[in-house]
Ligand binder design. Structure first.
Ligand code: CO
Length: 135
């Protein structure tokens, strides 16, 4: 049901300096920076070998990521796995009574279809499912 890790999501206070760090010090390729009004974040994607990093800077302190930053500080936020069929994965998880943040797929960063599984159902790790599109 679950494929490889697609990306890791980190919360940062200052996206520009975080992107500069990963580009200049770690030599990663900056793929895209995107504003999501819906999620209240400015997000950057970087290529880290076979996976991506997703850096998230909250633009609104009342957004989920803004509250995360205030409560826990910068750092690891979520892990995202590829799944071949997102609806099927969500049905399966729901039928096993796992707690979903999203019962239906929604459009995430980069225009991908995604859904989140609640950390309470994944041993404390906020888990994102990303639908594969031919990779
Ligand atoms: Co993500």
């Amino acid at each position: 049901m679950i494929g490889r890790i697609h990306h890791l999501g980190y919360v940062v206070r200052d996206l520009r300096s975080a992107v500069a760090f990963y580009e200049e010090v770690f030599g990663m390729r900056h793929l895209q920076t995107e504003m999501s009004e819906e999620q209240g974040v400015l997000a950057a994607r970087l290529q880290a070998g076979d996976v991506e990093l997703e850096l998230l800077q909250p633009t609104n302190p009342d957004s989920p990521v803004g509250r995360f930053l205030a409560r826990r500080g910068e750092g690891m936020h979520h892990v995202a796995y590829l799944v071949p069929n997102l609806e099927r994965a969500l049905e399966e998880l729901e039928s096993r009574e796992f707690e979903l943040v999203d019962r239906q797929p929604r459009v995430g960063l980069g225009g991908r279809r995604i859904a989140f599984l609640h950390p309470q159902s994944a041993f404390g790790v906020l888990t994102e499912l990303v639908e594969e599109r031919g990779e």
